[in-house]
Write a new protein. Structure first.
Length: 272
């Protein structure tokens, strides 16, 4: 290995280490606070690990347990529905030929550029008129259909599928549903898993709409943590413990699906 390659490798390792410190440093600090007592946290030292914060959070189910169950149910339904409808929409945009297809796709993808806060007030008015504010379905319905971001991401993978495979499936008599199930989805599996992960994590971490649509009547986990910050502003160890619990599911899902995410990035780079 020559000196230039050695310097490049050392620089890469140094940047990777620096990135790990920047990313994992706040997480380690939050974990240290979550497993310490308020007295130790005030003195900025951890004498021994304490699970009192976690016990206090689950001693009253309405504090965090019920919000976690609600958020889990909303996340599972929204993720499944949004992923399925995004796949169907993208398949239609990519492989069906109909008048105005490109214009409709362009108009649909413009929704990706609009900030989510723009749609909050109209959504709230619509659901208030339908008497759905404060209900479970107010958390599910607005995000259950295809996402412009998911369609855009899936489109890159679908268009990368060799057209010969699609023609071969058509010659074998496969219809649209069978072609999607047996040809498109197996090839685009990494991208589909990435879309599923993005939908799940964004739903799990959502705050603004759950706070407006359900509030403290049916709080999701991020709303419950915000309430803890208000009620226990002097007890940050309790808040850090709740934040650590809320962080665990997205973190585990990301670790499990990280290979699929990397494959999706490679597909996008090759398409460019």
């Amino acid at each position: 290995m020559n000196s230039r390659a050695r310097r490049t490798r050392i620089t890469g390792w140094a940047l990777a280490a620096l990135t790990a410190i920047v990313v994992l440093g706040p997480l380690a600090a939050a974990a240290a606070a979550a497993f310490s007592s308020p007295a130790d946290f005030a003195q900025q030292r951890v004498r021994q690990l304490s699970f009192d914060n976690f016990a206090a959070l689950f001693s009253q189910p309405e504090t965090l347990l019920y919000p976690i169950i609600t958020t889990l149910a909303v996340t599972l339904i929204v993720t499944a529905a949004q992923t399925a409808t995004s796949i169907l929409a993208c398949y239609a945009f990519c492989f069906f030929r109909f008048r105005g297809r490109r214009l409709l796709l362009a108009v649909y993808l413009v929704g990706y550029l609009a900030p989510p806060v723009v749609t909050v007030i109209p959504l709230y008015v619509m659901f208030a008129q339908a008497s759905l504010i404060g209900t479970f379905w107010a958390l599910v319905i607005p995000f259950a259909l295809a996402s412009p971001y998911a369609v855009l991401l899936l489109r890159q993978a679908f268009l990368a599928i060799p057209i010969d495979l699609m023609d071969a499936a058509a010659l074998d008599g496969a219809g649209a549903g069978r072609t999607l199930r047996l040809v498109v989805l197996p090839i685009a599996k990494p991208t589909v898993l990435t879309v599923t992960l993005v939908a799940g994590v964004s739903t799990w971490n959502s705050f603004l709409w759950p706070r407006l649509a359900a509030g403290i009547q049916l709080p999701q986990v991020q709303v419950a943590i915000a309430s803890l910050q208000t009620e226990h502003s002097s007890n940050w160890t309790l808040v850090m413990a709740a934040s650590l619990i809320a962080l665990a599911p997205p973190l585990v899902a990301t670790v499990i699906l990280q290979r699929s995410i990397l494959r999706t990035i490679n597909v996008k780079e090759s398409a460019l």
